[in-house]
Design a protein around this ligand. Structure first.
Ligand code: NAD
Ligand code: TDX
Length: 341
């Protein structure tokens, strides 16, 4: 049966990959992207679907109640998937305000529109960072959906606040919600401020590879397409009111990731430069994905050794996309964040 789905933040990394996945898999669905086009949103990312008959792009801020309500009035969506967020931890340390605005208040506006116009499902795209971190010397510990919320950065605190609000709207107003908390994604269209694309771009330019602290911090990496498939399953078959963790048991220390990138690109490890640590730097993330596997049959399909090769190849084949980004306003950001680290 045909559905209309509003995807917020669809001009960003994961949202765009989700739009590609859905338009391909469901030829009769109408997909609407609502995006403010902040520094992280890029219309060129969507150029292959811009003229798709089942796709509509709307430039708007999720905090703009009037614009959001007008869109609901026009489209009467069956499902909303809220990806829109300020997503970079380092930026949240510099300037927390906009994180609270978009990530919390924007979520409220989207859910108020769902309440007013009625909805089959509101899905909140959250993160494993809401659980805080795990110690490096306890590889037996993982985040489950029952792990207490215990945030470290303004970013993760804003995402956790939104999660609590989503669950409150379910309990108080009966809004049919689901939440997913995924581990670190990687793949095409990842904004070059994040670890993997930043290291690829710097290595290709023979620039220093800035590793925070000791490089021993561990992240649990998932290929973006696997995340998109998990959300697809949750919005169709997930139980209302539930939280689902998403992750592929692929923990890696940052330094090992950077070394793999050097090796794949034939660049010397002497480019690696240890720089000042991130404030409040989470040590280790590790997801237990048992619930989504048992309930919805989800399993990751792309192994890291293949996914990282595909990703590096994508950055080699799509230099225009990221070189345009790093040659613009991003340069000021890079200098400010990395000059005195
Ligand atoms: P991104 O920064 O690449 O993209 C964010 C998008 O949201 C951009 O297109 C931006 O223009 C848009 N946006 C920002 N503020 C907006 C606003 N006020 N109104 C409308 N649009 C706005 O982010 P991403 O990495 O694709 O992350 C998407 C979601 O997934 C976020 O909610 C993030 O918290 C979550 N998440 C990300 C990861 C990861 O590894 N990247 C992992 C788990 C969860
Ligand atoms: O230059 C760098 N050097 C470095 O050592 C950068 C940008 C990062 N790092 C480290 C910090 C982290 O330990 O690499 C690790 C990954 O950093 P990011 O790519 O900034 O990701 P992270 O902070 O783990 O958060 C990501 O995953 C969870 C996303 O950006 C979030 O949106 C998501 O919720």
């Amino acid at each position: 049966m045909s559905k209309t789905i509003i995807v917020t933040g669809g001009a960003g990394f994961i949202g765009s990959n989700f739009l590609f996945h859905m338009l391909k898999k469901y030829p009769d669905y109408r997909m609407i992207c609502l995006d403010k086009l902040t520094y992280a949103g890029n219309l060129s990312t969507l150029k292959t679907i811009m003229d798709h008959p089942n796709f509509r792009f709307v430039k708007a801020d999720i905090c703009d109640r009037e614009a959001v309500f007008v869109l609901f009035e026009e489209e009467h969506p069956d499902i909303v998937v809220n990806f829109a967020a300020e997503s970079h931890v380092d930026r949240s340390i510099e300037n927390p305000g906009v994180f609270l605005e978009t990530n919390i208040m924007g979520t409220q506006v989207m859910m108020d529109a769902c309440r007013k116009y009625g909805i089959e499902r509101y899905h909140q795209v959250s993160t494993d960072e809401v659980y805080g971190d795990l110690p490096l010397d306890r590889p037996d510990l993982f985040f489950t959906e029952e792990t207490p919320i215990h945030t470290s950065s303004p970013y993760s605190a804003s995402k956790a606040s939104a999660d609590l609000l989503v669950l409150a709207y379910h309990r108080t107003f009966g809004l049919p919600v689901t939440i997913s908390r995924c581990s670190n994604n990687y793949g095409p269209y990842h904004f070059p401020e994040k670890l993997i694309p930043l290291m690829i771009a710097n290595a290709l330019a023979d620039k220093p590879l800035p590793v925070y602290g000791t490089g021993e911090n561990v992240r649990d990496w998932l290929y973006v397409e696997d995340h998109c498939k998990a959300i697809d399953l949750i919005i169709h078959n997930g139980r209302v009111g539930e939280v689902y963790n998403i992750g592929g048991h692929n923990e890696m220390a940052n330094i090992d990731i950077v070394k793999i990138i050097c090796k794949e690109l034939g660049k010397p490890e002497s480019l690696i430069t240890y720089v000042g640590d991130r404030k409040g730097h989470d040590l280790r993330y590790a997801i237990d994905p048992t619930k989504i596997h048992n309930e919805l049959g989800w399993l990751p399909e792309t192994m890291f050794k293949d996914g990282i090769k595909k990703t590096i190849q994508w950055y080699l084949d799509n230099k225009e996309w990221w070189q345009e980004i790093i040659s613009g306003e991003y340069q000021n950001y890079y200098e400010k964040m990395y000059a005195n680290r």
